[in-house]
Design a protein around this ligand. Structure first.
Ligand SMILES: Cc1cc2nc3c(=O)[nH]c(=O)nc-3n(C[C@H](O)[C@H](O)[C@H](O)COP(=O)(O)O)c2cc1C
Length: 203
C-alpha cells in the first residue's frame, strides 16, 4: 500500500536530545514498543530483550552514566579526541539536562537460545544484533510519527557493565543500544548527508 505520510515521517525525523518532563502515556509507550517487535528479525527468532525505564531514580542513574559514557567517548574512544573546551561544553549541556528523558528503552541481544550450529554462532550474533537495530529504528520512527522525539545512544556500549548494573537485564543478554524517548523540547535541524552518488552504486 502506498503511503506518502510514512515517507514524510522518515524524512522529517531528526535525533532529539532535549526532552520535556511530561510523562509518556502508557498506551503511547506500548504502541512504540509493539512497533519495535514488529521489526524484521532473523528467522523470526526474536533474539532480543528490551528494558524500559520510567522510574525517576533509575532514569537519574542512567542520565549520570550517559554523562560518563559521552565523556569517555569524546576523550578516550575517538582517534581525534575532542579538545577539552568542547568536552567541557558537552558535559555541561548534559548536566543541564541533555539526554534526560522520561523514558529509556535499552535494546539487548538475547542469545540464551541459539538456533545455529557452532561454526555459525558469530553470524547468528550479527543477525541478532541487526534485528535489535531494526527494532530500535522502528521504535524511533513510530515515536516520531506520534509526536515524540528520540535519540539512539551507542555510547552506553563503552560502559556496558555499569549500565547493566542499573538495567539488570536477564543473564546472558548483551546491550546493543539505548533510546532516549520523550516529548521534544527542541526542534533540531536535519543533519546533512553525503550525496547519494558517494554512497550508492547503481548497477
Ligand atoms: C548506532 C548509533 C549510535 C549513536 N550513538 C549516539 C550517542 O551515543 N550519542 C548521541 O548523542 N547520538 C548518538 N547517535 C545519533 C547520531 O549522532 C545521529 O543519528 C546522527 O548524527 C545523524 O543525525 P540525525 O539522527 O538527526 O539525522 C547514534 C546513532 C546510531 C545509529
Amino acid at each position: 500500500m502506498r503511503c506518502d505520510c510514512f515517507l514524510e515521517t522518515v524524512l522529517s525525523r531528526s535525533s532529539v536530545r532535549w526532552f520535556r518532563n511530561d510523562p509518556i502515556p502508557d498506551d503511547v509507550l506500548l504502541k512504540i514498543i509493539e512497533a519495535g517487535v514488529r521489526a524484521p528479525n532473523a528467522g523470526n527468532n526474536e533474539q532480543w530483550f528490551f528494558v524500559v525505564v520510567r522510574d525517576s531514580g533509575l532514569r537519574g542513574r542512567i542520565h549520570e552514566l550517559l554523562l560518563e559514557a559521552h565523556e569517555f567517548y569524546a576523550t578516550r574512544a575517538l582517534k581525534n579526541p575532542l579538545p577539552p573546551d568542547k568536552v567541557g561544553k558537552w558535559v555541561q549541556r548534559i548536566r543541564d539536562g541533555m539526554y534526560l528523558a522520561p523514558a529509556y528503552i535499552a535494546g539487548y541481544v538475547d542469545l540464551r537460545k541459539t538456533t545455529h550450529v557452532e561454526g555459525f554462532f558469530e553470524k547468528e550474533r550479527v543477525f541478532a544484533i541487526q534485528s535489535v537495530a531494526a527494532a530500535l529504528e522502528n521504535m524511533i520512527l513510530v515515536a516520531h510519527s506520534l509526536g515524540l522525539g528520540a535519540v539512539w545512544l551507542g555510547v552506553p556500549l563503552l560502559l556496558k557493565s555499569k549500565f547493566d548494573e542499573v538495567l539488570k537485564p536477564p543473564e546472558g543478554c548483551e546491550l546493543q543500544g539505548i533510546i532516549a524517548l520523550g516529548y521534544p523540547a527542541e526542534t533540531p535541524k536535519a543533519r546533512p548527508r553525503k550525496p547519494l552518488s558517494e554512497v550508492v552504486k547503481l548497477i
